[in-house]
Design a protein around this ligand. Structure first.
Ligand SMILES: [Zn+2]
Length: 154
């Protein structure tokens, strides 16, 4: 089964990279430990945390995955390996800002919403139905692919 996660506030960069590879990750920059654990229980999400005290809490114990590394690169490698995630199977299918699944977006509809040079050079657009952000391919995407390969040693 596909894992859904909720990341503690220390894991912002990890949460973003997990969204880049298409994982379902809730993240709040500011949230109380108590609420974090509650949300994990209510939503059936696994709590990714760097907090050794939180891991030891009775209610959190079965819902936690302890992230060992200090650096997001080590953290990403650890999570990808632990959950056997294929990093390219769902690459950039999720909104990096709000975690919603992206939808294909008619190219004509994008014209008024993206810079002219982007519209002229890109064929495929995706939009976030929740926050309205528009995504397209291009050099940014290629850079992310390269960095991901480097992080994961592929
Ligand atoms: Zn969004």
């Amino acid at each position: 089964m596909e894992s859904a996660f909720i990341a503690d506030s220390m894991l912002g960069r990890l949460a973003r990279w997990l969204r880049i590879i298409g994982c379902d990750v809730e993240y709040f920059a500011a949230i109380e430990d108590e609420e974090l654990v509650e949300r994990a229980w209510e939503s059936g999400r696994l709590l990714l945390t760097r907090d050794t005290l939180l891991v030891q809490r009775r209610r959190a114990r079965d819902r936690c995955f302890f992230v060992a590394g200090d650096h997001f690169r080590d953290q990403l490698r650890q999570v990808v390996e632990a959950f056997a995630i294929d990093p390219f199977a769902r690459f950039l299918t999720r909104c990096l800002e709000c975690n919603t699944l992206l939808q294909e977006f008619e190219r004509e509809g994008a014209e008024a919403m993206v810079p002219p040079h982007v519209f002229a050079t890109q064929q495929q657009f995706r939009a976030c139905p929740a926050c309205g952000r528009i995504y397209w391919g291009g050099t940014h995407r290629e850079r992310m692919v390269e960095e991901l390969k480097e992080i994961l040693g592929l």
